[in-house]
Design a protein around this ligand. Structure first.
Ligand code: ATP
Length: 556
């Protein structure tokens, strides 16, 4: 027994030798650091307000796939636009690319994904639930082993080893026997025989320490880990033969490969010199065994990747510079410094060709988890494509007359994970209950204005006053070409403010009687509006003529 005892997790972890992403065993979040209640509220708000919906929800949902609703789509666009602006438009040394999603299998063979991009997975022998081997928490306890089971009256029997782990002190040993009977009952030909009538054969026990081959949910033995292909394969064209290798293509598992494959074309068509980078934002697909934590681990997701090509002697320095640059970006979009953590991946846990790899992690309500990896990948990727394609991919340095394969630093961020972090960070429930008063909790999404889906709400004080409504529509028309605004004339103004707080609108613009110059003694306020700030709830007056520059300065 105990054939799988403490298997060396690292050797199973996804595609170590190949593309060699971070080969650390993926740990489960520490339960002490998780806040399930908060996460549930966030998921519910996302649906209620139209940020994120489950894909194909009316058909029961497509596991691991998500649709961004009207507000989520705006947040996503804001994040991608900002990333692009900071990394492409505002830099002279980085160019953009928009590669195809369907990928030639030769590209992914060279990169090591074909045949190598897999996760170790095992199945629960009792429930058939599929678990990722490297994510199972080690457990200790008493294991109950059996060699088989029989049923006296019918003469039925089965010879098959099975074990159950009881991992709690003083747990009733009959629980192990009950689980074992349920396991053996699966093999009964006569389904009328109840599991509890089975007699267990060959019972023995052993003490187990820190083992990972039992299902933490029910103690049942798991199958040995097997590799599970993570790429989505498809057939191109009208080939009748399903196995025609020339018709096979893949949905890309990362955006990086088209950057490597097009690096020479980008360089030649743009006459760039080292160091320079190529940036890309786009969809990637991984058939994750266990999609979970809302959008955090999805099967279809978006990446924001840069491959920054450089001379070998600059690689390590640039890796540190990129780490600092990326942390500054997260700060700018509103993720709190104390919630971001940098992991310097130690020797032996990085891909063999990487001299430096950092993971940037964020404190999600479900634990500290990866947002982005910043890796110094040497000349591994271009070297592999040169070898497999037989094409010269060297860089020629005009000054030194050297010809060499550039090294690369790769900051690789997940767009959806960043959005999830932004949503989690923004979510707040402010207690505004006045002493002795009714409980008053204000739900407010504290997005930075750059990220907020709606920049300003335009609210005429009363909808039955045509002059207010007309003025409010004028203000809306003034702003609409420049930003996403929302016009709302229903309900009392206080309720309308709260509705905007819940979706994170930083500025509410009220058109009132002062705006019309109709308030006695306040004629000087004619053609001004009230701006109510989401976070402080303070109000100020701004002239309509100043409104556009006032807002543009704050939302950019
Ligand atoms: P993980 O360890 O979480 O599986 P990874 O190390 O395999 O991630 P990379 O291959 O380095 O991830 O991909 C770069 C980035 O792409 C990750 O930091 C993450 O933000 C994002 N990403 C990767 N897989 C997923 C996924 N299944 N769902 C959403 N985002 C993902």
């Amino acid at each position: 027994m105990g054939f799988q005892k403490n298997f060396p997790l690292r050797h199973f972890s996804c595609f170590l030798a190949a593309r060699g992403k971070n080969p650390r065993p993926k740990t489960m979040a520490n339960k002490d650091q998780t806040d399930t209640n908060r996460m549930e509220k966030i998921v519910s708000l996302c649906k209620r307000k139209g940020f994120i919906f489950q894909s194909a929800e009316i058909y029961g949902g497509l596991n691991g796939c998500w649709d961004y609703g009207p507000l989520g789509a705006e947040v996503k666009r804001n994040l991608k636009d900002l990333w692009w602006r900071k990394n492409v438009l505002e830099r002279d040394d980085i160019l953009g690319l928009d590669g195809s999603i369907l990928t030639h299998q030769a590209v992914l063979s060279a990169s090591g994904h074909v045949g190598g991009f897999s996760d170790p997975m095992c199945d629960c022998l009792l429930t058939k639930a599929r678990l990722r081997a490297d994510q199972i928490e080690p457990q200790s306890g008493i294991a109950y082993h059996f060699t088989g089971a029989s049923h006296e009256e019918s003469g039925w029997s089965v010879d098959r080893a099975y074990s159950v782990l009881l991992n709690q002190p003083n747990q009733d040993e009959n629980k192990a026997r009950k689980t074992a009977r349920e396991f053996y009952a699966q093999f009964l030909t006569d389904k009328q025989i109840p599991a509890k009538r089975l007699i267990l054969v060959g019972e023995s026990t052993s003490e187990e320490k820190e083992v990972t081959h039992y299902n933490p949910e029910n103690g049942s033995l798991l199958t040995e880990p097997r590799d599970f292909e993570l790429m989505f394969k498809t057939q191109m064209g009208a080939s009748a033969d399903d196995n025609d290798p020339n018709a096979t293509a893949y949905l890309r598992p990362e955006t990086a490969q088209s950057i490597f494959v097009q690096y020479k074309n980008v360089m030649d068509s743009n006459r760039v010199k080292l160091p320079f980078g190529i940036a890309q934002i786009g969809k990637a697909f991984r058939n994750e065994i266990n999609p979970r934590n809302f959008t955090f681990r999805s099967r279809e997701f978006e990446q924001m990747e840069i491959e920054y090509f450089c001379r070998p002697e600059d690689g390590l320095r640039l890796t540190d510079e990129w780490l600092a640059n990326r942390l500054a970006f997260y700060d700018e979009i509103g993720l709190k410094k104390e919630k971001l953590h940098v992991l310097d991946i130690p020797d032996g846990e990085r891909a063999h060709y990487s001299q430096k790899t950092y993971d940037i992690e964020y404190d999600f309500p479900f634990g500290q988890q990866e947002l982005e990896g910043v890796a110094y990948r040497g000349d591994y990727d271009l070297g592999k494509h040169k070898e497999h394609s037989g094409k010269p991919l060297e860089y020629f340095d005009e000054q030194t007359k050297e010809r060499f394969i550039p090294h690369v630093v790769e900051p690789s961020a997940g767009c959806d994970r960043t959005i999830l972090a932004l949503i989690c960070e923004a979510f707040d429930e402010e207690d505004l209950t006045k002493e002795g008063g009714k409980q008053d909790i204000r739900t407010v999404m504290r997005f930075k204005p750059t990220i907020a889906p709606i920049k300003a709400a335009i609210l005429p004080l009363l909808k039955n006053k045509p002059e207010l409504v007309e003025k409010a529509r004028e203000v809306k028309n003034l702003l609409q070409p420049f930003m996403n605004v929302f016009y709302d004339e229903t309900a009392a103004i206080g309720r309308r403010y709260r509705r905007q707080d819940e979706v994170g609108t930083p500025f509410c613009i009220a058109i009132d009687f002062e705006t019309m110059g109709l308030e006695e003694g306040k004629e000087d306020l004619k053609d001004t509006v009230t701006i109510r700030h989401r976070d402080s709830m303070k109000q100020e007056r701004v002239a309509i003529s100043e409104l556009l520059p006032w807002l543009l300065e704050r939302i950019h």
